[in-house]
Design a protein around this ligand. Structure first.
Ligand code: PLP
Length: 394
């Protein structure tokens, strides 16, 4: 038994995108693919396995649990934890070999103490790692206002890490706030963040310490500015076939750059009923839509509990046999309705409906189209697909 509302992950497209990213950056630049939130809904184990096969250096998760799941599924690649965790979770960092971002005296002290406990003689017998030093990456806040120390604190905090018995500075990282924008003031802000990061790195070097793997670029800066690649780039969204906001294919070609990427996931369902709606009758909750003339509607077994956000209607179109039709009235929790027009011979019961996806699978719409309608970004459209939507790998 299989539900017709499902997401299909096109493995070849995922592989293709990773290969394109590899081609785009110089060979001595490491790549860390963001596989957080189950690879933006695309299956983190699959993505990480492919990444590993293709020689990618790191994958990045948001939670310790996500990292542990990858290890339990045999992933050997280095794993970077992009968000903070609580003291209760910290022992698992060592158990599963997950590289955390750290900053602040308290956090570094905590992790350092837990490292000491992990590498205590009692556990050493099992792990044979008594003298090991565990790499952590120092997070620097250069203007995102989220996590990280300020650039002028970087030296001292790096020193703290270095003085700890079982930790070492494996890298330094920062994150941009507006690198996906082409507005002049935003470009200036990103350049400033870059300068602040450079200052933080110099601050660490001045202490006589090696900064390790320096990284600051998510997809947008990766695509836009090679200068920002440093030792490692951290692409997420382009792995899954979408450009970050204004850093589009068209813009890139205007500055003489080219990368071809393909959407990886298609979101599909089927027509489960076709019904006549007489002129003047309404469809769905709130009666926001009324038939101007007699028409036929197709009922689809997909709704906002699947991730088809309520705010996509009105505006959303879905593709049936190569043509777009509008979703009408409110999207319900588990169902929605499409106006296919009266006596439409092109739409039959049980026909396949593609909500968004790659062109090759018959989709006319992408996650970007849905994002525009819902006043959001492809990231949110993709990560909204819920657990109820089974992922089929093709
Ligand atoms: C999510 C994330 C990335 C990847 O971002 P994309 O815009 O999807 O490429 C990189 N770095 C950090 C710190 C992140 O949180």
């Amino acid at each position: 038994m299989e539900r017709c509302t499902k997401a299909i992950i096109y493995k070849e497209n995922l592989k293709f995108n990773i290969e394109q990213i590899k081609k785009y950056v110089k060979t001595d630049v490491k790549i860390c693919i963001a596989v957080k939130a189950d690879s933006y809904g695309h299956n983190a184990v699959l993505t990480s396995k492919l990444a590993e096969e293709l020689g990618i250096d790191f994958v990045a998760v948001a939670t310790v649990e996500e990292g542990a799941e990858l290890r339990q599924n045999g992933i050997k690649t280095d794993i970077l934890l992009l968000s903070l965790c609580t003291p209760e979770e910290m022992p698992s960092l060592f158990e599963y070999n997950i590289t955390p971002l750290v900053f602040s005296k308290e956090y570094i002290k905590l992790i350092s103490d837990i490292a000491d406990a992990f590498y205590s003689p009692a556990t050493c017998i099992k792990t044979d790692k008594c003298d090991s030093r565990f790499p952590v990456h120092l997070a620097v806040d250069t203007g995102m206002g989220r996590i990280g120390c300020y650039p002028d604190e970087a030296g001292i905090q790096a020193k703290m890490i270095d003085s700890s018995k079982h930790l070492k500075l494996g890298g330094m990282t920062t994150h941009f706030a507006v690198s996906d924008s082409l507005k002049e003031d935003n470009k200036k802000y990103t350049a400033q963040q870059y300068d602040e990061f450079t200052k933080a790195v110099n601050n660490v070097c001045d202490m006589g310490l090696e900064p390790g793997i320096r990284s600051c670029s998510a997809s947008a800066a990766l695509l836009n500015d090679e200068r920002m690649h440093f030792d490692m780039v951290r692409p997420g969204i382009i792995t899954y076939g979408y450009y970050p906001d204004e850093i589009t294919e068209k813009y890139l070609s205007s500055i003489g750059k080219k990368i071809e990427i393909k959407p990886v996931l298609s979101f599909e369902t089927k027509v489960v009923a076709i019904r006549r709606i007489a002129k003047g009758k309404s469809v769905s909750y709130g009666r926001t839509w009324q038939a101007q003339n007699d028409t036929d509607i197709a009922v689809l077994p997909v709704g906002y509990a699947d991730g088809l956000l309520r705010r996509f209607s009105p505006g959303l179109q879905v593709t049936i046999n190569g043509k777009n039709y509008p979703v009408i009235g409110r999207i319900c929790m588990d169902q929605c309705m499409v106006d296919i027009g009266k006596d439409n011979k092109d739409v039959k019961l049980w026909d396949r409906v593609v909500i968004f996806g790659p062109k090759e699978c018959g989709a006319l719409n992408t996650a970007d189209d849905l994002a525009k309608i819902g006043d959001t970004i492809s990231y949110e459209v993709l990560t909204s697909l819920s657990k109820r939507v089974k992922r089929e790998i093709k």
